[in-house]
Design a protein around this ligand. Sequence first.
Ligand SMILES: Nc1ncnc2c1ncn2[C@@H]1O[C@H](COP(=O)(O)OP(=O)(O)OP(=O)(O)O)[C@@H](O)[C@H]1O
Length: 224
Amino acid sequence: MIEFTNVSHAYDDRVVLRDVSLNLTENRIGIVGANGSGKSTLARMINALVVPGTGMVTVDGLDVSRNKREVRRRVGFIFSDPDRQIIMPTVIEDIELSLRRTDLDKKQRAIRALEVLERFGLGEHADHPAQRLSGGQKQLLALASIFVTDPAIIVADEPTTLLDLRNTRMLTDVFATLDEQLIVVSHDLDILDGFDRVIVIDDGRVVADDEPSPALAYYRTLMS
Ligand SMILES: Nc1ncnc2c1ncn2[C@@H]1O[C@H](COP(=O)(O)OP(=O)(O)OP(=O)(O)O)[C@@H](O)[C@H]1O
């Protein structure tokens, strides 16, 4: 469970979140809003990538500002820019690196890594240089490298920006089958169909918080 209590935040003198209080308990939660409205800042706080200026964020009761390491073990964060996440020379090595803290031995890690690559449609690219993948394939690899660590919570910041229609659908299917709690920031409203809850942010405030259909209708009106 994720809780925001009276969270405000400013970068220098620019206020980007204003007194946000939220209890995030549902399995699939979408966050939408205009460019620059504060969505990524909010999402990054769940993983302590940004520490709130005032107020508090907790994950399973842990104050994220004081328990970064423990919180990051529970929360996997997927950046929209996959180059921030891909580290190793080949595709499979990147997944194997994510598995380094598990109990699996080298051979088991290789088997598990290949399984997850196949699930994400990258099985054929296992031994290819990661940096030669297309943008969309890199995005899938970045997603796979977080999924494989089995975090209790996954936060994805615009995970479909580089994906074609087929891979967006594949990702939507992967999301639908996840046991993990999933928080997705997205401008692609279609991927939020079937989510439990959608939060609309406008100028640093929560302006709607509802099931997808009414929340997205509100957002469309706000943007029109
Ligand atoms: N590290 C930073 N330093 C200074 N300003 C920042 C920083 N990160 C974000 N901002 C500013 O804070 C505001 C909110 O940014 P944020 O990335 O949270 O918005 P967003 O809703 O995710 O936007 P988008 O939909 O464009 O990704 C923007 O004006 C942005 O320029």
